[in-house]
Ligand binder design. Structure first.
Ligand code: NAD
Ligand code: IPM
Ligand code: MN
Length: 356
């Protein structure tokens, strides 16, 4: 039987609450299919851990994650540690050091979940966002000068490389070939005359290698509007790090709640483990109340199973998730009054009981 080793980082706030439910669902899928087992190694790295140890993860943290098949993460960030410190010492270094240059974020309406878009259902909202995940606006290049004085300044430089754009664009075009054959590229080349113009040129060159896929470049402001007014015209969206970040929270809102969208931080060459997590954060405003929606964590877990080659189990989990989304119980963000654990129970019970 296959054993997959999973590094579990529950993190902060609602991270542990939702990840615990996700893990239960994955274990149930392993049991039902009988085809694999999960060997889970849990790491308590979080803001609470930092207050005790002075850092977000041990010095050899990356090395300890490296010999796992995947990382499954809840969310990082809690008042008491500045966000740029908690994320800058844990999540962002993992994405960069494991060269997880694709952040794959499906934006799909689930049957039975009424999103904010009038008269729009699952057939109108099925976008796959391919977000560049290692450079661009998140390159971390810059500094501050004359701190605390009236003459203070800050520089934060976006870094776009031909190689970085090309590889994420190739990934997006390959996904479009498996889907509806269209790529929308998020640009802003009317204002960003260096970086976004390079982005457009490289994406167009990759498009020329894929004559069977249609490319449309949209300025990101107009693309944001299109997400709302005409989501059915979008198939695969390829975007820079920051544009992809913003567009996918918008996508989550269109799905009906930030409690739904999931993401995979992928190293396509599989030289390093990939990392799966909800799109949402640690939600300190509802942490500890037991009302967080675990569905994004479950969905991220299904993406992880798919990545690990357990397609049958992934399909069972998604079928169970769709079933509970349509029939309940639901947490408050989706209009219900169930707890995180009750939704988890319902998904666990549906695994293997409802057909993919
Ligand atoms: P957030 O996604 O945590 O929360 C935004 C809003 O959505 C909140 O009102 C929250 O209650 C709600 N929400 C989020 N997930 C939900 C769920 N599963 N069920 C029900 N409601 C949910 O974003 P934020 O408030 O901007 O950030 C909070 C913290 O999380 C910050 O420290 C931020 O840096 C961090 N963050 C971490 C990650 C990550 O680790 N991947 C991602 C985003 C934000
Ligand atoms: C996400 C998050 C992160 C990002 C933050 C927490 C650094 O918002 O995964 O979308 O911006 O990438
Ligand atoms: Mn985000």
């Amino acid at each position: 039987m296959n054993t997959h080793t999973i590094a579990l980082i529950p993190g902060d706030g609602i991270g542990p609450e939702v990840l615990h439910q996700g893990l239960r669902v994955l274990r149930r899928a392993a049991e039902v299919t009988g085809g694999f087992r999960l060997d889970v190694r849990e790491h308590p790295w979080s803001c609470a851990w930092r207050l005790e140890h002075g850092r977000m993860m041990p010095a050899d943290g990356i090395a300890r994650l490296a010999d796992n098949d995947a990382v499954y993460l809840g969310a990082i960030g809690f008042p008491g540690v500045p966000d740029h410190v908690s994320l800058g010492e844990l999540l962002l270094p993992i994405r960069r050091q494991f060269d997880q240059y694709v952040n794959l974020r499906p934006i799909q309406a689930l049957p039975g979940v009424a999103g904010p878009l009038r008269d729009r259902g699952p057939e109108d909202l099925d976008i796959l966002c391919v977000r560049e995940n290692t450079e661009g606006e998140y390159a971390g290049m810059g500094g501050r000068l004359r701190e605390g004085t009236p003459d203070e300044m800050a520089v934060q430089t976006a870094v776009f490389t031909r190689r970085g754009i090309e590889r994420v664009a190739r990934f997006a075009f390959a996904r479009a070939r498996e889907r509806r054959g269209a790529v929308a590229s998020a640009t802003k080349s009317n204002a960003l005359q260096y970086s976004a113009v390079l982005w457009d040129e490289v994406v167009a060159a990759v498009a020329a290698e894929h004559p069977d896929v249609a490319l449309t470049a949209y300025h990101v402001d107009a693309l944001a509007a299109r997400f709302v007014t005409a989501p059915d015209t979008l198939d695969v969206v390829v975007a820079s790090n920051l544009f992809g970040d913003i567009l996918t929270d918008l996508g989550g809102a269109l799905q009906g709640s930030l409690g739904l969208p999931a993401s995979g931080n992928i190293n396509p060459e599989r030289r390093y483990p990939s990392m799966f997590e909800p799109v949402h954060g640690s939600a300190p405003d509802i942490a500890g109340a037991g009302i967080a929606n675990p569905m994004a964590a479950v969905w991220a877990g299904a993406m992880m199973l798919g990545h690990l080659g357990e397609g049958e189990a992934a399909a069972l989990v998604m079928a169970a998730l769709r079933h509970v989304a349509a029939h309940g119980p639901l947490t408050a963000d989706l209009g219900g009054d169930a707890s995180t654990g009750e939704v988890g129970d319902a998904v666990v019970a549906a695994v293997g009981r409802v057909e993919p």
